[in-house]
Design a protein around this ligand. Structure first.
Ligand code: HEM
Length: 449
């Protein structure tokens, strides 16, 4: 009892009113929204734009009180430079942020099919300076916020609309284009008030995700200077994935005879059934009620499955968060967590279709961390495109690995493991960037400095 008291982790008080809502709060469901990239042509005009837009940026304290739609804003390194931030501040950003995601493509294993040369034009050219995202619970709320933001934009001629892409919950219930419930598991952040209902995990120190707070190691990650500017900010990973749903459906049919076997293989590749029910809680067939139950569908570790016979070590979910798995290459799992707020885009392919209609559909992968660049490099290199950490040599993540028709997937089973081969890349990268999402006071300072 005495020891428990002595080592009790006290949560730091988090300044929710200064933190942008999108990082800490659940979006409306179903969600509707838009991602916009703006180019800064003139610094004075851009500052005036920021000054006018900042009152509409939604904070994490009273995110639904006054607002029917959220607005979030973030900046690329080039954007911050265009805003005329002091040289000492610009210099204090990490190198990977300064250079950008495309410049680090080798380190990220964004090569071949996923190489920057293959990205959409808007991500290949310079000029993405400010990113604005709006999330709303219905189209009316979205449209009124869009009208407002456009009115502000039109007044400031030194800021140009460069790219605008709508997004929507692909399938009601937060199912992604592959038909899997998405956005279930996120880390619980100490002191944030966002409870993730996993009794097996302890909350993670806020400093892993939000700048200016203590991290898991008991200190602060290096952050841009001055501290008042960085405090309550975070780095954002933005990646556009094109989902090859027809290829996924075709692969299941090629590899498994019956519909039940196909569903099992799909679930094994993800780690959950389509409903979201984790395989180690219902190994033999989907359980829709469990999948939909947010108090239960993430309340597990892998203590009942240390050999991976229920949830394969190679499945997307287990790779991305091995929880208490015994790994061949040891790693502190809590140091590689990210907050995910990805959104779907594009029309849904008819259920089970194996004909690619050529339309663009997929996921804008959006994630937050105080050391996002380092974390993404680690995940891409060690857990997504490599299998050594779970003794699977060069086997890659079946959902997001760069498999290119040569991928393998190992499914531990009795009496022998099953091995699937010839797996294509089911999600190709179409673009990406790193952004800095400041606290709300810092945006005001940027507009005035
Ligand atoms: C189009 C691409 C992607 C698809 C279709 C996809 C799909 C999914 C699904 C269905 C889940 C399980 C449900 C959930 O917990 O939310 C999941 C979990 C997860 N994914 Fe992805 N994902 C994609 C890209 C990525 C990327 C690029 C990363 C990171 C680099 C990532 C990291 C994670 C993490 C951390 C989890 C939670 C694991 C856990 O805590 O159990 N995903 N993803």
């Amino acid at each position: 009892m005495f020891l428990k008291k002595l080592f009790k982790r006290t949560a730091e008080k988090i300044d929710l009113q200064d933190i942008q809502a999108i990082m800490l709060r659940d979006r409306p469901l179903p969600y509707h929204g838009v991602n916009v990239f703006l180019e800064i042509l003139d610094t004075v005009s851009a500052k005036a734009f920021l000054k006018e837009i900042v009152p509409y940026v939604t904070n994490a304290k009273n995110w639904w009180d006054n607002d029917d739609a959220w607005l979030a804003i973030a900046f690329t390194y080039e954007g911050l430079k265009k805003l005329g931030l002091p040289h000492s501040t610009m210099e204090s950003f990490p190198d990977a942020f300064k250079k950008g995601m495309a410049a680090h493509s080798e380190k990220l294993m964004d090569i071949n099919e996923n190489a920057p040369e293959k990205w959409d034009a808007v991500f290949k050219t310079k000029g993405n300076h400010i990113a604005v995202s709006i999330f709303a619970k219905d189209m009316d709320d979205l449209n009124s916020k869009k009208v407002l933001a456009l009115r502000v934009l039109k007044k400031h001629k030194g800021v140009k609309l460069r790219f605008q892409a709508d997004f929507d919950t692909p399938i009601e219930g937060n199912f992604n284009h592959f038909g899997f419930r998405d956005g279930i598991s996120n880390p619980e952040i100490e002191g944030s008030g966002a409870v993730q209902l996993n009794s097996k995990e302890r909350p993670i120190k806020a400093g892993e995700f939000i700048m200016g707070y203590v991290n898991e190691a008991g200190n602060h990650y290096p952050m841009p200077q001055p501290m008042e500017f960085a405090k309550n900010g975070t780095f954002v990973i933005f990646r556009k994935y094109h989902s090859h749903v027809a290829a996924f459906n075709k692969y299941l049919i090629q590899q498994a005879k019956s519909k039940d076997e196909q569903e099992l293989l799909a679930a094994k590749m993800v780690g959950r059934w389509r409903s979201g029910a984790p395989l180690n809680m219902c190994p033999f067939k989907d359980n829709a009620a469990l999948g939909a139950d947010t108090r239960k569908n993430n309340d597990f570790d892998f203590s009942n499955d240390q050999n991976g016979k229920l949830v394969p070590y190679s499945s997307h979910m287990r790779r991305m968060n091995p929880r208490d798995s015994k790994m061949a290459v040891m790693s502190d799992v809590n140091l590689h967590r990210i907050i995910r707020k990805g959104v779907g885009y594009g029309p849904v392919l008819p259920n089970g279709s194996t004909n690619d209609d050529g339309k663009e559909r997929g996921l804008y992968f959006i994630a937050f961390s105080a050391k996002a660049m380092e974390t993404l490099e680690f995940l891409q290199k060690e857990w997504v495109n490599n299998g050594n950490f779970v003794s699977l040599k060069n086997e890659k993540d079946p959902m997001i690995g760069l498999n290119e028709g040569k991928g393998t997937f190992t499914m531990p089973a009795d009496p022998l493991p099953k091995r699937y081969i010839g797996m294509p890349t089911f999600n190709t990268l179409k673009g990406g960037m790193y952004l800095f999402m400041p606290g709300i006071r810092a945006i005001k300072w940027m507009s005035e400095a």
